[in-house]
Design a protein around this ligand. Sequence first.
Ligand SMILES: [Zn+2]
Length: 137
Amino acid sequence: MFKCRACNEDYMIEDTSIVPICQSCEATQPWIVQGYDDTLTKDLLYEGPILLMFTATWCNPCQKMKPLIRQLAEEYAGKLKVIFADVEVSQKLSQSDEIAALPTILVGRGGTAGKFDEIFMGLVNIEKIRESITNVK
Ligand SMILES: [Zn+2]
């Protein structure tokens, strides 16, 4: 159960493949999903702005960036899908060439013709990430 940002009622997420909406007042909620080896392909089919972040529990910069990314998910509720992938859990994903450091944050558009426009590594100024989300075409 989650608390709605607008009406404070509890809401449930039944399907992580659609934008979460409060069942009481229909306000859009932050869209944060966990990316796993066997679900990521499907998660990336969303035809809109996506932020994919590779993290690990032992990675300190990851723990610093994560709350900031959660904040962006709040800010862009209904407009941005945030996917967190733990490299320890999703080992197949983490072998991708793009991940040379942690955290690695990719921003771009999903969908069959989607692509990531920007890659951020390590501790990054959140303004740069915000700008890159705004620039997703
Ligand atoms: Zn509500």
